[in-house]
Write a protein that binds this ligand. Structure first.
Ligand SMILES: [Zn+2]
Length: 194
């Protein structure tokens, strides 16, 4: 386990193609000049594993017993961070209301839990994981994120460790300077097949 230099973290995002600059239509309907494509990192062990080791190092003295991550990318993150910490992973899967543990996974009351996720925007999936911890009487140690788009504001009152914090300029389409300048618009992550 070792901390990464912040400049190396940003360079790893760029090298993987996970941090893009251009003109993007976000799922919120807003336009932005930057975009985080998390799966460019999740699919690259050589880029992702040092980041998981960094997260593990930040929580090495926190008595973590379980690393909990939401599907899909959170499974990979939880597994790898748990591997570095020498503990076990738990997977938060979609349920009728929020998320739940399935496949015989449990966490006892009092369990010390670290939540990991890829990108923090609204914090919804992390809060759904926090609900699992709270329902089970667990003890939330903190939350670790690869890329924080929320400016650290999505999860007040929680120990939040983000490897990369990205400030996104976002615009309503009718007031977007990139549209006005005629820059071609990209719609990343279009759900064409799922
Ligand atoms: Zn635009």
């Amino acid at each position: 386990m070792a901390r990464m230099d912040p400049a190396d973290i940003q360079q790893a995002f760029l090298d993987a193609g996970a941090l893009l600059t251009g003109h993007f239509a976000l799922s919120s309907g807003l336009h932005s000049d930057r975009y985080l494509e998390k799966f460019r990192l999740i699919e690259r062990p050589a880029a992702l594993e040092p980041m998981c080791a960094d997260i593990a190092d930040r929580f090495a003295d926190s008595g973590v017993e379980y690393v909990l991550g939401p599907t899909t990318a959170g499974i990979i993150l939880a597994y790898n961070v748990a591997r570095y910490l020498g503990v076990v992973a738990r997977f938060a899967e979609p349920a009728a209301n929020g998320r739940t543990l399935r496949r015989g996974q449990t966490m006892p009351a009092g369990a010390r839990v670290l939540i990991v996720d890829d990108i923090l925007t609204t914090g919804l999936s992390v809060r759904e994981c926090m609900d699992i911890v709270a329902r089970g009487g667990g003890d939330l140690v903190g939350v670790a994120i690869l890329g924080d788009r929320s400016g650290g504001k999505a999860l007040p009152g929680v120990r939040l460790e983000s490897l990369l914090t990205v400030e996104f300029a976002t615009y309503a389409p009718e007031a977007c300077p990139l549209c006005i300048a005629g820059v071609p618009l990209t719609k990343p992550g279009t759900r064409s097949a799922s």
